[in-house]
Design a protein around this ligand. Structure first.
Ligand code: 2BA
Length: 109
């Protein structure tokens, strides 16, 4: 069994949830924040049998698109000045950042 952890953009999260449920995969959505943009994204945890991992990855690929995002400068007040970006920058975000981890044990009580 594997745990698929996928960080996706909020704009894709409902579509991805619907597609996973429709294909009978169980998933948990967590509200998360990107370390670089410091804006909200969504992290999916999908526990899945090994033989279904590639189907889950396909569903993620089909439902998450990459977008260019303009990042406004954020004041470092109260934060860490090391990561301060003093001018707007455009970055390409997504489609999805995916990790596949082995699961040692899976229990439901
Ligand atoms: P953020 O950390 O907010 O990053 C958003 C986008 O900013 C990234 O898109 C990338 O294009 C750019 N970016 C990130 N760090 C950068 C840096 N040090 N210098 C220049 N540009 C940088 P994605 O790569 O598609 O990542 C989307 C989100 O996925 C990330 O949001 C983060 O929440 C997650 N993520 C990406 N790589 C990860 C990793 N290795 N470990 C954990 N989470 C990761």
């Amino acid at each position: 069994m594997k745990l698929v952890v996928a960080v996706v953009q909020d704009k894709d999260s409902n579509r991805l949830s619907d597609a996973l449920v429709k294909s009978n995969f169980r998933a948990t959505k967590l509200a998360s924040t990107g370390g670089f943009l410091r804006s909200g994204n969504t992290t999916f945890m999908v526990g899945v049998e090994d033989q279904h991992v590639s189907r889950v990855l396909d569903i993620i690929k089909e439902n998450c698109q990459s977008r260019d995002q303009l990042v406004a400068p954020v004041s470092p007040m109260g934060g860490n000045a090391d990561s301060y970006v003093p001018y707007p920058v455009e970055v390409e975000v997504g489609g999805a950042t995916v990790f596949v981890l082995p699961i040692e044990q899976f229990m439901q009580y």
